[in-house]
Design a protein around this ligand. Structure first.
Ligand SMILES: Cc1cc2nc3c(=O)[nH]c(=O)nc-3n(C[C@H](O)[C@H](O)[C@H](O)COP(=O)(O)O)c2cc1C
Length: 178
């Protein structure tokens, strides 16, 4: 798949079938993440590749509880959408700077586009930040292979799409040509 096609055809996929990813697919995704650019090539990140569905399901339960507490109504939403892979991008809290979110944002899009190249779907996710910021945060970091002193910045779930969403609508006045 060429790069422009991958960019234009990427969609947030919120449903995955049960097919696990192969070691080769995961290796390709690791290479894409590690190829990401960063200021002064510092590579501030840690990528936790989580294939432990029990861990994701457990965090799902916590997120539902926290959402129910926050919004007052019971949520049945599955935040990980049954995906076989969750990648958590984290950085050392004390090393965060003004570029950290940009760098991790580029890396997460590298992962989304690499997934497209493999014929896989993905959705970028901020919601796990709520679980990692909770009192069970340290527990989930350990369970998901995230260094204890790291802070969650952004994540992505990846798998075989069980749905084919439309492209998002494009809002007006989002660019100029001079
Ligand atoms: C930084 C960021 C965080 C996001 N967090 C979530 C999330 O937690 N859960 C979710 O379902 N989608 C999440 N999304 C996906 C957006 O809702 C989605 O990108 C947007 O609606 C546009 O749709 P598209 O990705 O199909 O083009 C996130 C996207 C970005 C860029």
């Amino acid at each position: 798949m060429d790069v422009q096609a991958a960019i234009l055809q990427r969609r947030s996929t919120r449903g995955f079938d049960d097919t696990p990813l192969t070691d080769e697919e995961i290796r390709t995704l690791i290479d894409a993440a590690l190829a990401s650019p960063s200021v002064l090539n510092i590579q501030p990140w840690h990528f936790a590749f989580v294939t432990d569905k029990a861990a994701m399901d457990e965090m799902d339960v916590l997120l539902r509880e926290l959402y129910t507490h926050e919004f007052g109504e019971k949520s049945e939403k599955r935040h990980f959408y049954n995906a076989p892979l969750f990648v958590a991008i984290t950085v050392k809290s004390r090393e965060k700077n003004r570029y950290t979110h940009i760098e991790c944002g580029i890396a997460v899009e590298n992962l989304a586009l690499s997934a497209m190249g493999l014929g896989l779907g993905s959705v970028i996710m901020h919601t796990p930040s709520i679980g990692f910021a909770s009192e069970k945060g340290a527990y989930f970091k350990e369970k998901m292979g995230i260094p204890a002193d790291n802070e969650f910045i952004i994540g992505i779930v990846i798998g075989h799409s069980a749905e084919h969403p439309e492209a998002h609508s494009i809002r007006e006045n989002r660019y100029t040509i001079v």
